[in-house]
Design a protein around this ligand. Structure first.
Ligand SMILES: [Zn+2]
Length: 81
């Protein structure tokens, strides 16, 4: 299974139709040809990301090690949804 966000194959199955990308640190599921991307926070709360662009933005700020930016982006995404 390729990650829909980064196309990496560093993904693992974590449940029924649910996968985890160890590159993006995001989860996604694949139902009926449609995928949905989630971010799971430290407390196990999952946030649905609307599209690939948002997921990529979030993943990038995480990889930059900029936790403040990451939190800001996450909060922005949550408030929009
Ligand atoms: Zn990925």
């Amino acid at each position: 299974m390729h990650c829909p966000v980064c196309s990496s194959i560093n993904t693992g199955k974590v449940g029924n139709d649910t996968y985890y990308c160890s590159n993006c640190l995001l989860e996604f599921d694949f139902l009926g040809g449609q995928y949905q991307i989630y971010y799971i926070d430290d407390e196990g709360v999952s946030f649905v990301l609307k599209d690939k662009g948002e997921a990529k933005m979030l993943s990038e700020s995480f990889h930059e090690g900029n936790e403040l930016l990451f939190r800001e982006r996450l909060e922005e995404l949550i408030s929009k949804s």
